[in-house]
Design a protein around this ligand. Sequence first.
Ligand SMILES: NC(=O)C1=CN([C@@H]2O[C@H](COP(=O)(O)OP(=O)(O)OC[C@H]3O[C@@H](n4cnc5c(N)ncnc54)[C@H](O)[C@@H]3O)[C@@H](O)[C@H]2O)C=CC1
Ligand SMILES: N[C@@H](CC=O)C(=O)O
Ligand code: NA
Length: 426
Amino acid sequence: MNTLKVALLGCGNVGSQVARILLDDAESLARRAGARLELTGIAVRNVDAPRDVELPRALFTDDAETLVKDADIVIELMGGIEPARSLILRAIEHGASVVSGNKALLAADGPGLYEKAAAANVELYYEAAVAGAIPILRPIQESLAGDRITRVLGIVNGTTNYILDQMDTTGADFADALKAAQALGYAEADPTADVEGLDAAAKGTLLASLAFHTVFPLEAVKCQGITGITAGDIEAARDTGFVIKLLAIAEKQTAKDGTEGVSVRVHPTMLPRTHPLAAVHGAFNAVFVEAENAGELMFYGQGAGGRPTASAVLGDAVTAARRIVSGGRGRTETTGEPLAVLGEDSILTSYYIGIDAADQPGVLAQIAHVFADHGVSIEVMRQTMHTEDPLSLADGSATAELRIVTHRGTELRSPRQWRRSRTWMS
Ligand SMILES: NC(=O)C1=CN([C@@H]2O[C@H](COP(=O)(O)OP(=O)(O)OC[C@H]3O[C@@H](n4cnc5c(N)ncnc54)[C@H](O)[C@@H]3O)[C@@H](O)[C@H]2O)C=CC1
Ligand SMILES: N[C@@H](CC=O)C(=O)O
Ligand code: NA
């Protein structure tokens, strides 16, 4: 049986689990891959750093450059743009296939990397980069290659789903829930990427590009994270039978002028508690794919964490090994249908707005006036008094929390545009 040399870059939450499986499961992986996968080294910043998983000290090196030069398969689990990008390019130049979980890099520079991999006749696989353990990219690229996908939407960030779920079910506060998500290995090295929605935006970009056979630029994602969500918002949602989830939504649409294009957006969304996505708890993810002939498909599983993500990485490594053993290329990126990037004026949805207002006569009328002035139709308005300070009721300084849900409409920036969008209102 052949032996393929595997170089691992990074030994954090995911990398350490990948190394463990490569070592512990070597015999059965060899049978499945058709070649032995020999872990030749693990590149890290500090070879002496303490690790949660016990691994042979001799495998560690801080010389990633040298390690990739002699590998058949390079597994990149360092994260970040550089040096990950340069090391992947170096691996490709040396004829190695690459497996990565680095959605930040792939969303920023995927096409450049695929092109280099195709030219060198090697594979670049990244199933772990979207929705962790859930097989979603391969089904989109292979199983649905004969269908037309129209929409992909779902919960694709484990950290934010964990935080929102903890706030909803246990009343945990945002900061504590984030700390727990970090300790469990769900969060990115810089968790801003999770809580500001950037990680979900990167995944949305990858999903849209593969589902619609186009190149969707990361900068074109309309993105809002969960840092503005308060315990009050969660409570108000619960009181009205809703739950707040961070969704990524990629849609193929026809703009008003007839142009066919794609929009991608990430934002907190109020979902009825009876919706299937409302039942996605903890760091689990769920992705709906809608295709013209297949109809609706739902993919569900662990979206973050070392072990589940390592499963997706190993799946790609075995697939890459099989290709090397059998010869020939595997699946390629199909970017044959460049589609227009559609913006906010093509996104039709209803909005939830929370306002803290003085509880004084005329305030409600003023707010309603601003909405009317901008052509925004209100569907539901609820008022809750802040009564923590009973004296405030007497001295007239009390405030009220207003929760407003609009009818469906587009989100446009200037008042003039809002007026123009009036025709889109239901
Ligand atoms: N943690 C998770 O649940 C998931 C993570 N991913 C992705 O997998 C990748 C790894 O994630 P984690 O294991 O959570 O990250 P981590 O921060 O726990 O581990 C990163 C590892 O890379 C090493 N590293 C970083 N920069 C380096 C450099 N310049 N030179 C040498 N070594 C370097 C670090 O020493 C560490 O061992 C990231 O791209 C992440 O986005 C993807 C899906 C899920
Ligand atoms: N930080 C990410 C990890 C997986 O992609 C998340 O929380 O989903
Ligand atoms: Na996946």
